[in-house]
Design a protein around this ligand. Structure first.
Ligand SMILES: [Ca+2]
Ligand SMILES: [Ca+2]
Ligand SMILES: [Ca+2]
Ligand SMILES: [Ca+2]
Length: 258
């Protein structure tokens, strides 16, 4: 009887599994005022092979303000914001996450997620023209619209919903503004009485546009303080209580002789 054959079977790992990507706790909407480093999603990768064949490197496309950062846990990554966002510039991102193993041949897989940037009230209304100058012929119809002002706001929804007001303070201008009315929604200015060229040839008043936004406490301080000094400042102080942004424009009416 000769010695028996000892057979040792050595199984060599072959790179036959691509990494698998799993996206966990994903918030598909992120406010535009999120600080760099804000986590958007947690990514876990898994590769069934061993050694280099199972070693995974994960990345995200470079043309987006997001990066993947490795977490303390093995094979876990967090997708975080890299730089400030601005919804008014870009409100949607398609992110492609790629996982590659270090095997031979190299295997990889991809996963695309889409992130929406949600609006924050970070723009104030702005008058398209202004200061405005209008010419009205005396003897106008009382109650009729004599002209219109218009402001626009780059935000969306309530943050861009504009209402118009005429500043009425205690000064002598008050006399003039008391016979003007403004449609808060469309900016139409109505003269409540007929102008008389012989009594008054020109006058000025201030129109304020305010949005209906509600900035959070974190960005409260870059709100109404941006408005210029003067009448507007007084006005913005009042507006501040409802946390809206305001802009104002000087308007002048010149009355023509009939
Ligand atoms: Ca593999
Ligand atoms: Ca913005
Ligand atoms: Ca905004
Ligand atoms: Ca706004």
């Amino acid at each position: 009887e000769g010695p028996g054959w000892g057979v040792i079977i050595k199984i060599v790992d072959v790179n036959d599994n691509a990494p698998e990507i799993e996206v966990t706790s994903f918030s598909n909407s992120i406010p535009e005022d999120s600080r760099p480093g804000t986590t958007v999603a947690l990514i876990s990768v898994n590769d069934l092979d061993s050694g280099l064949n199972g070693k995974v490197i994960c990345s995200v496309n470079e043309d987006v303000p997001f990066i993947l950062s490795t977490s303390l846990k093995d094979k876990m990554f967090s997708l975080v914001t890299k730089s400030p966002l601005d919804r008014e510039k870009q409100s949607q991102y398609e992110l492609t996450i790629t996982a590659k193993d270090a095997g031979q041949p190299q295997l990889s897989s991809e996963k695309t997620i889409s992130v929406t940037v949600s609006d924050v009230n970070d723009n104030r209304p702005e008058f398209s023209l202004g200061p405005y100058t209008f010419y009205v012929t005396e003897g106008n119809n009382p109650g009729a619209s004599v002209f219109s002002v218009k402001a626009s706001d780059r935000d969306e929804n309530d943050n861009a919903r504009i209402s118009y007001h005429i500043i009425r303070n205690g000064s002598e201008d008050n006399k003039v503004t008391s016979f003007l009315n403004i449609n808060t929604e469309n900016g139409d200015v109505l003269a409540l009485k007929s102008f008389d060229f012989e009594t008054m040839k020109t006058f000025q008043f201030q129109v304020v546009a305010s949005d209906s936004g509600t900035p959070s406490l974190s960005n409260n301080n870059h709100g109404t303080k941006k408005t210029p000094v003067g009448n507007e400042e007084r006005m913005s102080g009042r507006m501040c209580s409802c946390c809206a942004f305001v802009d104002s424009s000087l308007s002048a009416i010149t009355i023509f002789d009939l």
